[in-house]
Design a protein around this ligand. Structure first.
Ligand SMILES: Cc1cc2nc3c(=O)[nH]c(=O)nc-3n(C[C@H](O)[C@H](O)[C@H](O)COP(=O)(O)OP(=O)(O)OC[C@H]3O[C@@H](n4cnc5c(N)ncnc54)[C@H](O)[C@@H]3O)c2cc1C
Length: 431
């Protein structure tokens, strides 16, 4: 770990409040509307120096600090009664390296903002998830992922980070510090405030989309070949006729979607020139980042569990059975995706090629019995959980599921010995 060019921040005697714009009675609420907090100070740094000054202010005043990205997590990751750092003012692509296939960006840069900027340099993100609204540091903090058995999460692509630690210092972690880098790859915001990151990226590519609507029997019959033969394969299994509409997805014309899947395949396509780009629904051909989805207009709440790929089909069938027999009121599609194993200590994909199962529910309804039943039934598969979605993880569970948990906690304490970057939720998990 190296300390670099620490900018001059206000000295303790100089500043009684942060130098960045701030508010003291600002209630924060997440995208899903199920998490909120009223921090003592909500600070919106516009520069590295202002971010550093805000952390030093918190150190002096003995206040805890959390960062917020785009607020798309539905677990209580962001809440603090101390200083909330809204990182949206630190947004820019700061460099690209075509030879090494690397891109640097400020922590508050949204995934969406990478698209055009990287394309102009002949580069692209390797994969994206169901939306592109997250800030890159927010996506990294929870190991946000897309789908594709050879494709890792955003966290698996982190090669360098500059952050503010719990001493109020700016430090860098690069590939020469693998021990720390694997902690930074998925840190739940507990190592410090990320300022800038470097990701491994790819040469730019076009994707051909293919949407189909097989029955469940057909989906199960071609399970492995679909996973193996597509760059990106994922599906949403629909329990009811109108399941697709709940997520604004077009259903199969003239057919009931009950017990059918909405399957997505994206594969690399070579084109001569961009006149070949096609916007035909279900068969689009375009630059990669335009094929990946952008966002949802309606809110929902999700639980997302991760099982070993070899258990994927059995685990999905357990959930289908649960919906059919005990929770027929659950009509949202069940999304199924694949992610390649990685090495981040707190990554849900650490050491496991993974099948991802996402349960989506309607805000304002009592979905807890469904989530609790799903959690209990999936235990036989030793599931990990998405840090940014509703889950039932405890320290005891983490000890069983994450072989490098102790290493992560040791590194977290080295970066933040006073635990100033913890909140109640993260203290219980990795304090
Ligand atoms: C509609 C929707 C679709 C989604 N689709 C997917 C998907 O396809 N795949 C998937 O894996 N997930 C998905 N998610 C989950 C989402 O990607 C994660 O919850 C992600 O962490 C949200 O990023 P954010 O920028 O909103 O971060 P926030 O939710 O604001 O914060 C998440 C964590 O990042 C930390 N953080 C943010 N910025 C910094 C910083 N600068 N320094 C240090 N820590 C920081 C926060 O403290 C917090 O711990 C989806 C969520 C929604 C609501």
């Amino acid at each position: 770990m190296t300390t670099t060019n620490v900018p001059k921040a206000a000295s303790p005697a100089q500043a009684a409040t942060p130098s960045a714009p701030f508010g003291t009675d600002v209630t924060w609420t997440n995208w899903g509307g199920n998490q909120s907090a009223t921090p003592a100070f909500t600070v919106r740094p516009r520069t590295e120096l202002e971010a550093l000054d805000a952390v030093r202010f918190a150190v002096r005043e003995g206040l805890p600090v959390r960062a917020v990205g785009s607020g798309h997590s539905s677990s209580p990751l962001v809440q603090t009664g101390g200083v909330l750092m809204d990182m949206s003012g630190l947004s820019a692509i700061t460099g690209t390296d075509k030879i090494r296939r690397r891109a640097r960006a400020l922590a508050g840069t949204t995934i969406n903002a990478f698209g055009d900027a990287l394309w102009e340099q002949g580069l692209a993100l390797s994969n994206q998830g169901d939306i592109d609204k997250q800030q890159i540091a927010g996506a990294l903090a929870t190991s946000t992922h897309g789908s594709g058995k050879e494709l890792g999460s955003f966290s698996s692509k982190l090669r360098w980070v500059k952050l503010i630690n719990g001493y109020g210092e700016i430090v860098e972690i690069g590939e020469g510090q693998l021990r720390e880098l694997r902690a930074a790859q998925v840190a739940l915001g507990t190592l410090g405030i990320f300022l800038e990151v470097e990701l491994a990226v790819e040469d730019s590519y076009y994707l051909q989309e293919q949407i189909t609507y097989p029955t469940w029997a057909e989906t199960a019959a071609t399970w492995q070949s679909d996973i193996d033969s597509n760059r990106h394969y994922s599906f949403l299994w629909c329990p009811g006729d109108d399941s697709c509409e709940l997520l604004d997805l077009p259903g199969s014309p003239g057919q009931s979607m009950a017990d059918r899947s909405y399957t997505k395949r994206y594969n690399v396509a070579q084109i001569q020139d961009e006149s070949e780009i096609s916007g035909i629904e279900g068969a689009r051909l375009d630059r990669s980042y335009r094929i990946y989805p952008g966002g949802f207009t309606t809110q929902f709440h999700e639980l997302e569990y991760f099982v070993r790929s070899e258990d994927g089909l059995a685990a999905v069938e357990v959930i289908q059975d649960l919906i059919r027999t005990k929770h027929p009121e659950q009509k949202y599609p069940v999304e199924v995706r694949w992610v390649k194993a990685d090495e981040g200590y707190m990554s849900q994909f650490q050491g496991r090629d993974t099948t991802v199962i996402t349960l989506t529910t309607e805000p304002g309804t009592d979905y807890w019995p469904f989530f609790r039943d799903a959690d209990a039934l999936l235990q036989e598969f030793e599931p990990r959980a998405h840090w940014g979605k509703i889950h039932f993880m405890t320290r005891n569970r983490l000890e069983r599921l994450y072989p490098e948990l102790d290493t992560f906690i040791q590194i977290r304490r080295e970066f933040d010995p006073r635990g100033m970057f913890l909140n109640d939720h993260t203290r219980a998990l990795v304090g």
